[in-house]
Design a protein around this ligand. Sequence first.
Ligand SMILES: [Ca+2]
Ligand SMILES: [Ca+2]
Ligand SMILES: [Ca+2]
Length: 344
Amino acid sequence: MYISHLSRVLRFLFAVFLGSAGWGAGLSQAHHPKDVTYHVFQFPRDRLPTIDGDPADWEMVPAKYTIDGSHLMDTVMGKGQNLDPKDLAVEVKVGWSPHTNRLYFLYKVYDDMHNFNLARGDIFEVVVDADHSGGRYHTFDDVDAQTEARLKSTTAQNYHIFTPPAEGKAWAWVWGEQQWLIEKPWSEHAFRYDFGYKEAGELYLEFSITPFNYASFRGPKYSALHQLEEGQTIGLSWSVLDYDEHDDRYEGFWNLSHHTRMDYTASLLPNFKLLPLAASQLQSGRPSAAAADGGPRDAVRPLAILPGPRPAASPRGWRLLRGALRRTRRAARSPRRAHRAPSQ
Ligand SMILES: [Ca+2]
Ligand SMILES: [Ca+2]
Ligand SMILES: [Ca+2]
């Protein structure tokens, strides 16, 4: 009797120990880079940016919100954080408004060679996980091909934005079946540039997108809109795919997540906090540099790969947790990245 009880206790403690180890590992997997929260500027209602490619209306956004190339890492071609500004220089500002329920972006890029060939070309890839649910949003290998295609980008949306698009090509492509997301009223965009094919120069892209907790291939009527609110932490990452001389091979996959598989799981997207209006204004006038806060002050909800809050310490719960972690780790270990040619 005593031995049986002891054995049960030991099993429980073992299960908790394994679970805790898995939990810790999960924290380190979730949301890259670790312990970093970027800020999203709230536009006053009467000073929303006009999406026309002119960056003038972003001058009110303090320089500290600018996220430049020093935050990016090439995780595919082996360049690490050695981004040469003569090859590629980028600056991104992100804003939001509770009144329009939109995320706004200003993307400024200098490129020594703007390659906008029809099949691929320079891309600004943006992934949004508005409800911070984390988890896999791509590559569902346990369902048939059609279902797999329909599941992509449902719980987090991956936009491939062509900077600029080749003639006759849409401005962006959703890595999934929800191409309605790149149309009005769900998004707006405008480019401004003055260079030719494979020339050097500067480009401004101004755009807004609408966040969805669930984006259906059937269209907006079948989808769940996310309501942006002050203080929320969302998952958001981008990557710059720089094609120069070679039309079929990029020179770098410069991403904010510092993890290639941001293209697979929303658990690897950096955290962005939607600032209140007052906080946005208070921070105006400060010097530039840190767009990110570090440390526990901005610690976020842990382990977003789980379908809800931390599970109860039952053996089944821990088994599910360990399984989820194993799958995420396995996927995260794979550096491979295969792009289907975007639709024309
Ligand atoms: Ca503008
Ligand atoms: Ca370049
Ligand atoms: Ca390029």
